[in-house]
Design a protein around this ligand. Structure first.
Ligand SMILES: [Zn+2]
Length: 173
């Protein structure tokens, strides 16, 4: 079968698009920065028009700010970089399923899509404890996709907590 010239252009454009998995790798790099600071390793990026406009990693302890989760840091960074408190058409990538606070911020930011990596069975509210983005009282709908690079994102967190437990055990000896 011969491809029409139009279809060829379409194929080229699709190839140029960066995939969810590739953006998630950038969020994972930020998670490593959190870990280097002794924070729970979670990273996030905000992407608009195939460009990163906001970056964040979890840092409540080092920044002495209980709201400094990766998602909120990335949303603030993105809003400043586009000089707009609303991030319409943007996608937020985060390595871990968001908590209640961050999901609230995601809704307020008006981003159109959320992509997350590992599930958070204790405090995640996208699919684990609640389906908060599906609540019928919301006047803004956020599309979402979970499980992108799930294993890699989950391993970063479980490795961190395993090494923390090991440190506690050594300290008790
Ligand atoms: Zn959070």
């Amino acid at each position: 079968m011969l491809l029409s010239p139009d279809l060829n252009i379409l194929v080229t454009q699709v190839e140029l698009m960066t995939s969810d998995e590739e953006w998630m790798q950038q969020a994972l790099e930020l998670a490593a920065e959190a870990e280097a600071k002794g924070e729970v390793p979670v990273g996030a990026v905000v992407v608009l028009d195939q460009q990163v406009i906001g970056r964040g990693f979890n840092q409540p302890i080092s920044s002495c700010d209980p709201t400094a989760h990766a998602e909120i840091v990335a949303l603030r960074n993105a809003a400043r970089s586009v000089d707009n408190y609303r991030l319409v058409d943007a996608t937020l990538y985060v390595t871990l399923e968001p908590c209640t606070m961050c999901t609230g911020a995601i809704i307020h930011s008006r981003i159109c899509r959320l992509v997350f990596g590992a599930s958070e069975p204790k405090a995640g509210v996208i699919e684990s404890r609640l389906q908060m983005l599906d609540a019928d009282y919301l006047n803004h709908k956020v599309e979402y996709r979970g499980g992108v690079c799930r294993q890699q994102c989950g391993e970063v967190i479980s490795r961190f907590f395993a090494s923390r437990r090991e440190q506690v055990r050594k300290a008790k000896r």
